[in-house]
Design a protein around this ligand. Sequence first.
Ligand SMILES: Cc1cc2nc3c(=O)[nH]c(=O)nc-3n(C[C@H](O)[C@H](O)[C@H](O)COP(=O)(O)OP(=O)(O)OC[C@H]3O[C@@H](n4cnc5c(N)ncnc54)[C@H](O)[C@@H]3O)c2cc1C
Ligand code: FES
Length: 329
Amino acid sequence: MTIIHYQNLDVELKIGETLLDGLLRNGFDVPCGCKAGKCQSCLVSVKSTNDSLKSSQYGVNDTQKSLGYVLSCQFKPLSNTTITPVSANGKQIEAIVIDKVFLNDNVVRIRLKAPFEYITGQYVTLYKNAQIARSYSIVSHPIYHDFIELHIRILKNGVFSQWIKNDVWVGHKIGVQGPMGDCVYKKENRDMLLIATGTGIAPIYGIVQDAIINGHKKDIQIVYAAMRYKDLYLAKDLQVLLKKYSNIKLHLITQYSSGIGACKQDVYQYVQEKIKNLSEKNVYVCGVDSFVKKMKKKLISNGLNLANLSYESFLSFEPTDEGKKPDVK
Ligand SMILES: Cc1cc2nc3c(=O)[nH]c(=O)nc-3n(C[C@H](O)[C@H](O)[C@H](O)COP(=O)(O)OP(=O)(O)OC[C@H]3O[C@@H](n4cnc5c(N)ncnc54)[C@H](O)[C@@H]3O)c2cc1C
Ligand code: FES
């Protein structure tokens, strides 16, 4: 039996239970977002334990490590452990919403003024309140913009995205944590293939901008897929890039409805049939977790070396079933 000492109380963990699940089960208000070790909202500080912390400190910086910070969703203590909460100002900074625009009927663009440095394609974690946090990829580029731009897909029952849609306006202050992640442009003289579904196009668009700024000369192929043609909300912006840069090629793919310049086909099949010489490319894949997992498998079985793959999985609490229609708006 493992006992956790937290805020002057003892909590008994079930066998194999994570620290986060144990705390939530016992009614503690611990911040949490992805439960997958990505958003870092669930950080707690370990004051004493006989366990190694290493495997639950992925992405935690050196200062935080020296303070015993662990991702509680990844930590399964085997010995009695004492922990303390990490205060909001130990990990978040305050950002102000300076712009909010609907890019189509289910994607909202927000721009935040926040004093931190980032690389386009990384992500930040935003806080609705002390408990609810969600991560979003950065589209803007620090050379062009003095704000952080995020594209947020509105889900019908989405706790966070509905709040952004209905209650967040210009002037609103939001707690932000980050930046995190390494799905960013690699400065290598190789062809690039970038594949996205839904708002996965947000970091992909940012990475393409970074490649352009860095004067990337080799081919850049973008495969942008969605359920319906109207969901391809960044297609026009990408088409503008096509006209300016001869090394960029765009493939628009839809599953259910067709439109100008788009091919109605299964995206996995399309990539398998149309994209050649994978071993010579740096590949980027972004979107919901089920899509990223399946696309990774396909690409690797078609000759892609894992070392040349960068990806961002939009993990959520309950990942969507493969092929299930999204519950949008
Ligand atoms: C590293 C990272 C980067 C991310 N970047 C982005 C981004 O740039 N833009 C963006 O829109 N999202 C992004 N996400 C996803 C985002 O963090 C949230 O998971 C998402 O916005 C849903 O939050 P919510 O509170 O609105 O929905 P929740 O209340 O968490 O979920 C409501 C319901 O919708 C389901 N659900 C969750 N996500 C999806 C989905 N994509 N499609 C269909 N059903 C879903 C859930 O399983 C649940 O049943 C990213 C996630 C991670 C981990
Ligand atoms: S990292 Fe633990 S909830 Fe996201």
